[in-house]
Design a protein around this ligand. Sequence first.
Ligand code: CS2
Length: 441
Amino acid sequence: MLASGDLEWGIVGVTQRSDTVARQLAPQHGLFSVAERGEVAAPVRVVSSIVEAISGRDNPQLVVDRLAAPATRIVTLTITEKGYRFDPQTRTLDLADPDVQADVAGGGPRTAVGQIARGLQQRSRTGAGPITVVSCDNLPGNGELTATIVRNFAAALPEAESDDLLAWLAGNATFPSTMVDRMVPATTEGDLAAVERELGLRDEAAVVAEPFKQWVIEDNFAAGRPRWEDAGALFSTDVAAWEAAKLRLLNASHSMLAYLGLATGKGSISDAVAVDAFRTACRRMMIDEALPSITLPAGLDGEQYCEEVLRRFANPALGHTTAKVGSDGSQKIGLRLLGTVRGTLDAGREPKWAALAVAAWMHHVANTPEADLNDPLAPELQAALPETRSADTVVPALLGFRPVVEPGLGVNERFRDLLLHWYRIIDTNGTIDDRLAGLGN
Ligand code: CS2
């Protein structure tokens, strides 16, 4: 937008759990570079849209003040699935979460929902005007979900405060849904060195990304917005369909490759997708199981989309690690894979390939020591697992793990048998070739 000449908007960036990025950006006056990694090397681009970077962990009141400033008109969120502190079964705020409870009680809010609710509460008291809250995370109906958790937070406040805030929210805040798609791995030391060679400057906050980018947005803004369509964004009344396509095709395959890769010593997604059996499994899951269980947005060709996803995963320059994509599985499996499992079973067919991905996740959870399992529910998952770990003990234990699997699916025999079948194959000791031969069947 800045490049198109619209200088009306700028971004205050807020980090949440760690202050690293805020610390990196501050001495650089918010400037950072983006290095696109694809078949053809694009020049490194310096982005100058961040006018201030603050640490929400160290300075929660400053975040509230910025949210309440009359000049602030849009808040975007990229906080990952676990940042929403919601109960996936009810899609409401988890009011038992100790951080949420602390934020409801008062003091500098630590959670994103607490910061937003307190910021909007301050807006309502100072007459700072309406605002739009835009979730950019991989969650179906992310706008509606964000609106729900903010309202749940407001409803948990003492009655007088709660009534005022709920009334204000109804007339002054909108929560459009969006779908964002761009693979962005964690920046490595090697990336920083490469950017430095090209730029002639050291950029501690450099970002690497694939060339592809897509942002689909519901046009429901309470207080104006930049003309993002001029910079390539798509405004749509059908964001839910775009989000379902992305989650169940791209993200589901990403998770499948991550866990199959982790089980067979593949460090990156591009190495995992290079294994014929794994690529075939992704393609079959997408085409035979995921596509029939969703309605595509108008204009999207399903099979072409699947092939493009596989091509994007194969990008060797990206270095997206299986460990990173495999993190937070408890937050991702339900949204990415279980809808396809459910839909395929309901249609009277076997969710063979989606079950392979779920079995590979189960195998990862059961074979990773708690301290190394990168998942907000690592202690709960370990507590649910039996002492002796085999298909016959792990599969039923994790099928009964309520934060991930809804009760109806947990007792489905067809699904359980598929999981047992795949788990045994993944768990078989032997050479990698043996395992692949098993997966190809
Ligand atoms: C990935 C996503 O880490 C993950 O779970 O599947 O972050 C993925 O790279 C993005 O959604 C791509 O848009």
